[in-house]
Design a protein. Sequence first.
Length: 219
Amino acid sequence: MIKIAPSFLSADFRALEQQVRSVEDAGAEYIHLDIMDGHFVPNLTFGPLVVEAIRKTTDLVLDVHLMIAEPGKYIGDFADAGADILTVHMEVEEDVSTLLTRIREANVKAGATLRPSTPVKALFPLLPALDLALIMSVEPGFGGQAFMPESLDRVRALKAEIARRGLDVEIEIDGGIGVDNAREVVATGAQVLVSGSAIFRNGAIAENVRAIRRAAMGG
Ligand code: DX5
Ligand code: ZN
């Protein structure tokens, strides 16, 4: 089953609860929350306080994407805030394998991801420690960027490796996803589609979620 993960980076923060309701009504499975620290990526967003506020509004899976230089410092805070999935970047200085163990010890699902320039093979040794593997299809940091088509080969390679080893790791894709490419990314092997600007751009949130799912299913 395909899952849709609206990225609240593009949400209107004046009306968070209302927008959570819209994505719930539209049947979205995850809420994708982008944490940026101004170091690992140039942009700055929000921290555990906002995750906790959203947690209080919904039972949807909170899928927290950590674009921060020292994720190890904050695993406990995000777990306490109610994150269901914590995804760390392979490019951080900390030992990612240790981070993943700590995330699971906090009873949170563990995810890992890569910048588009990091070889996808870097993820392979960690697959048994992962619940989710995220392929970034834009350079992390900002919403509204164009989908990088070379990401499709990365999804393919990841999917083949997961299948070859008989593992159960969900494949997520993030960046530049909308009705125009949803079908293609799903056909390639992505199971969770993150989408920010295509969902929140014109305020027709629920409609946009449904349209992306329809497109993903080939309708
Ligand atoms: C980018 C973030 C994405 C972003 C996607 O660094 O990880 O989650 O919100 O936004 P769109 O769908 O607009 O590319
Ligand atoms: Zn993201």
